[in-house]
Design a protein around this ligand. Structure first.
Ligand SMILES: NC(=O)c1ccc[n+]([C@@H]2O[C@H](COP(=O)([O-])OP(=O)(O)OC[C@H]3O[C@@H](n4cnc5c(N)ncnc54)[C@H](OP(=O)(O)O)[C@@H]3O)[C@@H](O)[C@H]2O)c1
Length: 320
């Protein structure tokens, strides 16, 4: 496993909560890290992270917003789903042949034609275990550090490329506990099904996650949405039942009870950017494509969309 700065470094697109926390962890492990921001910023940036153990780490890191000719061997995309196309447009041509590109987004863009170049290796990370939030522009607080899943969509029981295995070992050693799975596509759908309940309902009810279980209307909607998701996933031959989706949804709500969901944070930020079309819309579209009734999901989508639209700039946003 490489941990020193002589090996090609880690580029992390997205200097937000997850990007900063991951960058700090990797750098502490001895890896070379560069953060990629959306807009030009002073470099190096001075940042701090408070980890779940209570330790606060001050760190500095080069930040770039435009390619400078450096060839990228490993890229972590830690932006929101709506920014992935922009990252690929700007950085895709800097990726070296064989580069590993880790996508950490909640949700999915069914329309995307902006994939990383075919010569690279896209890796899907389903993050149900590592959580962080920004409480100041350059300060993040990690709130969970459990295992997360990674895979390439193949049924292989481990990554075939030793570079990918090495990357996973580096991330794990740093504290981002990545586990390879041949079931990444099913796990992503499970995560989408869970998020498609918690995220919009916290916007609709304007509450932290745990309070959903204190509101009878929300409790009924959770049950109905999970049942509908179970029928959609069954039609797609994804192996998670309505009961499993429901119990995972309740587990996540209880484990994250005091947290504001990312969609509620997006709503409160009020700049019109959110992940509803990447979390709820894919389920609705897959259900419709398979002839499954999606009434509950459509109702929740429409309701949350109207609320999120109140903070959207003219023209709204669409998955691009
Ligand atoms: N935070 C968590 O605990 C958690 C847990 C599980 C999954 N996730 C998922 O992980 C992803 C990242 O979440 P997050 O909480 O880290 O989001 P975040 O705090 O909003 O950070 C995203 C960062 O990406 C930057 N960005 C936007 N467009 C960019 C571009 N074109 N190039 C480079 N950077 C760009 C944003 O900068 P600007 O603000 O300047 O636009 C922001 O700093 C999301 O899909 C989220 O749903 C998060």
């Amino acid at each position: 496993m490489d941990t020193d700065s002589n090996t090609p470094g880690w580029f992390i697109a997205g200097d937000g909560a997850i990007g900063m926390a991951l960058g700090c962890l990797l750098q502490q492990q001895g890896a070379s890290v560069r953060l990629i921001s959306r807009v030009a910023k002073p470099t190096p940036a001075m940042m701090s992270c408070r980890f779940t153990g209570g330790e606060t780490v001050e760190w500095t890191c080069p930040v770039m917003s435009e390619p400078d000719g450096t060839s990228i061997d490993r890229l972590i995309v830690a932006t929101k789903a709506y920014a992935v196309s922009d990252v690929m447009d700007r950085w895709g041509s800097s990726l070296a042949p064989g580069a590993r590109v880790f996508f950490l987004q909640n949700g999915l863009n069914l329309d995307s034609d902006r994939q990383p170049p075919p010569s690279t290796q896209p890796l899907i990370v389903v993050n149900s275990g590592f959580a962080a939030f920004r409480d100041e522009p350059n300060h993040v607080v990690q709130t969970a550090g459990e295992a997360v899943w990674v895979g390439d969509g193949s049924a292989r029981s481990e990554a075939s490329d030793p570079n990918v295995r090495n990357d996973i070992a580096c991330l794990d050693a740093a504290g981002f506990h990545v586990r390879w799975t041949p079931d990444i596509i099913a796990r992503r759908w499970l995560k989408i099904a869970v998020n498609s309940v918690i995220n919009p309902l916290t916007v609709i009810h304007d509450c932290v996650n745990g309070m959903l279980l204190e509101q009878p209307e929300a409790v009924r909607m959770i049950r109905d949405l999970c049942d509908e998701s179970g029928r959609i996933l069954a039609a797609m031959e994804v192996s998670f039942s309505a009961e499993e989706i429901h119990s995972e949804t309740l587990r996540v709500i209880e484990a994250t009870a005091p947290n504001r969901s990312s969609m509620l944070q997006d709503h409160r930020r009020g700049d019109g950017r959110h992940e509803l079309d990447y979390i709820n819309l894919p389920l609705i579209r897959m259900g419709t494509a398979h002839g499954i009734e999606v009434e509950e999901h459509q109702l929740v989508y429409d309701r949350a969309r109207r609320m999120l639209a109140t903070c959207e700039p003219a023209g709204g946003q669409s998955p691009a």
